[in-house]
Design a protein around this ligand. Sequence first.
Ligand SMILES: [Zn+2]
Length: 430
Amino acid sequence: MATAARETRLLPPPLPLATLIGRELRAAGSERPTLRYGHAGFAKRGEDYFLVKPDCLRVPGDPSSAFSVFAVFDGHNGVSAAVYSKEHLLEHVISALPPDIGRDDWLQALPRALVAGFVKADIDFQRKGEVSGTTATLVVIDGFTVTVASVGDSRCILDTQGGELQLLTVDHRLEENAEERERVTASGGEVGRLNLFGGQEVGPLRCWPGGLCLSRSIGDTDVGEFIVPIPHVKQVKLSNAGGRLIIASDGIWDALSNEAAAKACRGLPAELAAKLVVKQALKTSGLKDDTTCVVVDIIPSDHLTSPQLSPKKNQNKLKSLFRRRSHSSVGKLGGKSASIGSVEELFEEGSAMLEERLGRNLSLKAASPPFRCAICQVDQEPFEGLMTDNGDGYCSSPYAPWGGPHLCLDCRKKKDAMEGKRSSRSTACR
Ligand SMILES: [Zn+2]
């Protein structure tokens, strides 16, 4: 009771929702952390967007089911894909989650729903016929469990109480990601540098057609379909000491290492921390690109100050996730979670193959009417829209070796296109 009394004294008058959540949780005997967050940014081209949604509810009307979402979107070739993703990506993810499931099941279903939501967002945006694209780094925080889904090169790093630094995303950049170069090439893309007149090669590795440096994004209708929207997803559980997340666009990461960004703001409240990271990046490299930084502190509720991330404990070991892991060892950590220091690793999967990401024959809404597409959640009557091979050898057929859940015609086409089997914009199957 001493804790509750101290909180009452120290806290400013809380929001009604926060009060309710606190009461519910204390009644349930579970500890939930408090979030403090801040944002800062400088625009060069005005194509960076961010999302802060601290008061989402898993169960409508039930404040004990609260979770929070933070995201950074770095657009290119215009802002429309970034704006679309900021406005709609989260709702596509939520719609792919079964309603009426408990918190543990919800968290377990989240990685799959993130994949479905990202692909749905990409399909929907491409239908608009606009050509821009965007990175998307979406962070869902429920208690001490943090789930990050990302395409492109906007990163999320985790700085823990123990001073351990972890990269929770993978950079989908052709220049630095050999696995992605192999995938794009195998799917029919060409990877190379820009050729100047006279044959001189300049700049980073790009994918042709299109000339994009990224291998995954949302949007980008005008580049090959092998630039896929399938996110790398990582889910971790922090110790009850909490930690700090820094989510930022490449304007930050091109200027600062993960360590430098974390170090630039340790011990400071989130709002100030975000400003200092941006300031440090600009000091290092000048304003070469849009820079956006969101800092989120996950603070144990009995410890309502910023995490005491003492610089003295700064013996950071960066856990780079670039290392190649065989598919059998990636993801599906399931019950036997791996522990990295104070952070428990619950799930990680980065494959661009939908079958590996959506589960085998496992509908996201298994109990729902006959055939619900696992990506766009459209219900279909039995056999309606099931694909047939029209003889050109490119279309999926009901007999194709697809072991995943039901997909509607459009989503099957998208899947095939992403795997380089055909262009989803081709009319061959219509
Ligand atoms: Zn569909």
